[in-house]
Design a protein. Structure first.
Length: 202
């Protein structure tokens, strides 16, 4: 396994709300390729933060896939009536969820109640990738967190994807935090691993 940390920041003149994409790609001599993506949101007044990360990319048909939802309250007030939701990718089946998450109509939801100032937490959802999916199928997921802060409704959304395949490479890219002020430093973490039983070169 190889781990790389790349400090970076959004430009000081970045427009509020801009979504900055990051992508990491690894390819071996046999032309096997794995790709992972994440985003950074420029937010001049971030209140709620949210990110979604899958534990495998690519993932093989029939395997389980774990999604981690990380969220936080960066506002100056408690967020009341807060809730978190995660829509399962088409082509997957629900297995379990942490934190009392309930599954209905293709979506997992959590009642977070009052989310305190400065609080940071995470939940996980485990799904099974359907056996019939062919290599190259993209699994798209989406999450949202919402609530009321200082009598104003606030919401944050995030997404993640994983491609079904059988390549011996695995790569993930994670931007932390998922939203930042212009010029605020963030850390981009890239992890590359060999999931096969043989050496891979490239």
């Amino acid at each position: 396994m190889v781990v790389m940390n790349v400090p970076t920041s959004a430009l000081s003149n970045s427009v509020n709300g801009r979504v900055i994409p990051f992508a990491a790609v690894v390819t071996d001599d046999a032309a096997n390729t794995a790709i992972s993506r994440d985003t950074l949101i420029v937010d001049n007044a971030p209140e709620l933060t949210l990110s979604v990360l899958e534990d495998k990319n690519p993932v093989a048909a029939g395997e389980t896939l774990t999604y981690t939802l990380r969220y936080g309250n960066r506002s100056g007030d408690n967020v009341t009536a807060s809730g978190l939701s995660f829509a399962l990718p088409v082509g997957t089946s629900f297995v379990s969820a942490t934190g009392g998450g309930s599954f209905s109509n293709g979506e997992v939801s959590w009642d977070l109640g009052t989310f305190a100032v400065g609080a940071v937490a995470q939940q996980q959802v485990v799904v099974t990738v359907n056996d019939a999916l062919i290599s190259g199928t993209q699994l798209d997921s989406a999450a949202a967190i919402s609530g009321t802060s200082n009598f104003n409704a606030t919401e944050r959304r995030a997404s993640s994807n994983s491609v079904v395949g059988s390549v011996p490479l695995d790569i993930s890219v994670l931007v932390n935090p998922v939203s930042a002020l212009p010029s605020e430093q963030v850390d981009v973490r890239i992890v590359v691993s060999n999931t096969s039983n043989a050496n891979v070169s490239g």
